[in-house]
Write a protein that binds this ligand. Sequence first.
Ligand SMILES: O=C(O)CC1=CCC(=O)O1
Length: 265
Amino acid sequence: MKVVETNGIYLSVRRDGTPGGPALVFANSLGTDLRLWDDTVTALPAAFDVLRYDKRGHGLSSAPPPPYRMADHAGDLIGLLDAQGIETAIVCGISVGGMIALQAALDAPDRIAGLVLMDTGFRIGTADGWQQRIDTVMAEGLGELADNIVLGWLSDAYRQANPGAAQAWRNMVARTPAPHGYAGTCAALRDTDLTARLSEIPQPALVLCGSDDPSTPPALNQQLAELLPHARYQEIAETRHLPCIEKPGEVAGLIADFVRETAGD
Ligand SMILES: O=C(O)CC1=CCC(=O)O1
């Protein structure tokens, strides 16, 4: 286990691949930890320098009192780059992780070489919806919500073919160690709308989305790609909100091609 102090908190991190290679940092979705990327990272070229972390309030990282702002999450990511001696990186963010990546590109443009934005948006859900989720989580914890959340993450076909894995992913969200940390990130989602700022993001971007994503549907991701100055969009067939679980090989291939293009190989 590796822990890094940054931005006044401790973040649990993992670094794989080759230090000094093209740097790729993963930012996670709500209710997940860095294990989300295990199979994707395994399928990436070993020459890449790959950093993953548990965002604040998740996994083994600190869970300061809520609410969190998207800028807090982006500051953690940039602080992590500093702490790991990475000057510039491509950030691959999924769901709220995609919004963290966009916020980091706005707040520290010189540090972000490119963006892989997966199953995300410039705004996700509604303020009322996030407030309701915060209220439920703070009153009851995550156990009751976990079954529905996993239905949105993974296709019926995947869950039927992989019942053990589907249960483990459900356990990940149900056992989020600090419900207030989860709720803190819900507040960042509640309060963030990046629509008006997308034109300020000049970095190249690849926008990916599961064809059957119910939370951040293909139309939203396609619109995101259209509003960013330099982005292209691609769908990942027969997957829901977390294609990196269902099709890690395909996701890794798309990310690797983008990293090579962006790094100028
Ligand atoms: O887990 C969910 O409810 C879907 C989701 C929305 C934002 C995020 O990061 O995950």
